[in-house]
Design a protein around this ligand. Structure first.
Ligand code: GDD
Length: 316
């Protein structure tokens, strides 16, 4: 039975990935930081380890204790908007966290396959003719978050070449689904709608830049993509994880409003705008499809309905 280590196992994607791996027959270990996962989510059979990714000693303890065959490095900070407020923290956790992992592995007597979870934000603003974006696109991040993930990726490839650590990098586009915290667009909109429907807020939904176009994939499809990449992806390569379809935030808003049971007014909230917001971020999934066979299965409409239902239950 292959041994998997998932860092950030109690996070949004982590919880779905743990289930995916348990079902696929892995012996699963997961790390958490601060609060443990909420009890209804983690599947049975997962061994939990506390880990602060910026602690080199912490990494040594976990890696020596688990001796994984595969590592999924999900732990990190994920809010693009918040990264503008604290760039230093984003670099520290996302870059140095990955550095301590790679450094510990370089010194270890074993070579697990590693999936470094990166982001489409590494591409930054591309020319219209470069959409949908392929993996050959240059990296020119604009947000502190994007920068931290670009640095993480370069670090990973250096360790791949220098220490022969079989490593794969993802450039994950937007992923959404039940369990995502407010602070990301779908959760922000759905939570406001649920509060309004419950009579807990005035019928006004506050939004930021609705002109942006993003490529959304359901978190359940993302979890499967990560497993398949570790099993079938080519070491030393970066992969877009995306659907290939762009939706504007306005489209998404209209779909959610169409599911609401009350009528709601829209207001723009300047605090929800960013210093720079990438106008269009749509990926080409051809490479991951060709190398792993992965195709997303959830339609965005279904995912949005699931997110709204989850917030309705939470609010109630
Ligand atoms: N969060 C949020 N809240 N975003 C809003 C809002 C709002 O009320 N109104 C408009 N937006 C716009 C943002 O400006 C952005 O253009 C878009 O909605 C999506 O915002 P987020 O959901 O916060 O995601 P993101 O695109 O910035 O980043 C996500 O995708 C990356 C990959 O493309 C995150 O999941 C990252 O971790 C991920 O790497």
């Amino acid at each position: 039975m292959a041994v998997a280590l998932v860092t950030g196992g109690s996070g949004f994607v982590g919880r779905f990935l743990l289930r995916e791996l348990v079902v696929a027959g892995y012996q699963v270990h997961a790390t958490y930081h601060g609060e443990r996962a909420s009890p209804e989510t983690p599947p049975d059979g997962v061994t939990w380890w506390p880990l602060d990714v910026v602690s080199p000693a912490g990494w040594r303890t976990v890696l020596d204790g688990v001796r994984p065959d595969v590592v999924f490095h999900l732990a990190g900070l994920a809010h693009v908007g918040q990264s503008w407020q604290d760039p230093h923290r984003y670099l520290r956790v996302n870059f140095w966290g990955a550095f301590y992992l790679m450094d510990a592995l370089a010194r270890a007597g074993f070579r697990p396959r590693v999936l470094l979870v990166g982001s489409a934000e590494v591409y930054g603003i591309v020319r219209p003719e470069d959409n949908p974006i392929r993996e050959t696109q240059a990296l020119r991040p604009v947000s502190p978050y994007g920068l931290s993930k670009a640095c993480q990726e370069l670090l990973g490839f250096q360790y791949y070449q220098a220490y022969k650590i079989p490593l794969i990098v993802t450039r994950s586009f937007n992923h959404v689904g039940p369990g995502q915290h407010a602070g990301f667009v779908c959760a922000d909109f759905a939570s406001q709608i649920a509060r309004i429907e419950a009579g807990q807020a005035e019928p006004v939904l506050r939004v930021g830049n609705v002109e942006a176009v993003r490529d959304f994939t359901d978190v359940r499809d993302i979890a499967r993509a990560y497993r398949l990449l570790v099993e079938r992806g080519r070491p030393g390569e970066a992969y877009n994880v995306c659907s290939g379809q762009g939706f504007s935030i306005r489209d998404l808003l209209q779909q959610l409003l169409g599911m609401a049971t009350v009528s709601i007014r829209i207001e723009t909230d300047p605090r929800r705008y960013r210093r720079v917001d990438i106008p269009v971020l749509v990926g080409d999934p051809a490479k991951i499809r060709a190398h792993t066979g992965w195709v997303p299965t959830y339609a965005l409409r279904q995912t949005l309905a699931d997110i709204l239902d989850e917030w309705r239950q939470k609010i109630r």
